[in-house]
Design a protein around this ligand. Structure first.
Ligand code: MG
Length: 251
């Protein structure tokens, strides 16, 4: 009788031990593990806005050699002067020659200093990771429009958390962290996400995109390649851009 009691107790203790062991999370590395790979060294730019050592510079103020026209696939026909590029109305959007997936992007822009129009017709342009997910560029300084279409909105989906706009004619910046959507067998497996800083202020916090940004309809996904060109919109307004660099990210 006593023997049986000892067997049951032993089995119970063993089961509890196994359960505790199974409940413990298995970590790849111990805490403070010196064998854990060291983060890669990247020298930051002399100023935060300048490209770090591993960035691909898409525009350094001199020429549009990294860009092509979306209209005819040929040379990008926007104006370059004084270290910036400027939209030429009618010349069409421009696309990078290189294709990118997930990435970190820095881009600076300025809407015209002469204020004309209101709402969406004041310095409208846009920047698009993968060519189809627009972060709106607009003069949103004392210029109301629908919130999901103002500067730093993810167009038609997500208004910025705050309006961090500088005045017309002033240089402004976007820092964008974009994670590409994943498609499998023609279906969306994982949506894209976007984090945006406008003039250094967080305005989109890991927003999960509803799809490609559209004007008249709600966003929807359409399966596309893993890498696509970065796009800047020509919307007929004399918007300027400078200091554009990108860091492809591994997902
Ligand atoms: Mg736009």
């Amino acid at each position: 009788m006593r023997h049986r009691w000892m067997v049951w107790t032993g089995m119970f203790v063993m089961l509890i031990t196994m359960a505790v062991f199974a409940a413990q999370k298995v970590y790849q590395w111990d805490i403070h593990d010196v064998n854990r790979p060291q983060p890669r060294i990247v020298a930051p730019g002399a100023e935060d806005r300048l490209p770090p050592s591993d960035a691909i510079v898409l525009f350094d103020g001199k020429d549009l050699s990294s860009w092509r026209s979306d209209k005819d696939g040929g040379e990008a026909k926007w104006k370059v002067e004084n270290g910036y590029m400027e939209v030429v109305p009618g010349a069409g959007d421009i696309l990078t020659r290189q294709a990118f997936g997930s990435c970190q992007v820095h881009i600076e822009w300025a809407t015209p200093d002469v204020v004309a129009g209101s709402g969406q017709t004041r310095g409208n342009s846009g920047v698009y990771p993968m060519g189809c997910y627009e972060v709106q560029v607009l003069d949103s300084y004392r210029n109301q429009t629908y919130p999901d279409g103002q500067a730093a909105s993810i167009y038609g989906q997500s208004p910025p958390l705050v309006n961090a706009s500088r005045g017309p004619g002033q240089w402004q910046s976007y820092d964008i962290i974009f994670h590409a959507p994943v498609f499998q067998d023609g279906r969306l497996k994982k949506p894209a996400t976007m984090t945006v800083l406008h003039n250094g202020v967080l305005v989109q916090d890991h927003w999960v995109l509803e799809g490609m940004t559209l004007h008249q309809e709600r966003a929807r996904y359409e399966p596309h390649a893993d890498k696509l060109p970065f796009r800047i919109q020509e919307h007929g307004y004399l918007v300027r851009f400078r200091n554009i660099w990108i860091r492809p990210l591994e997902d």
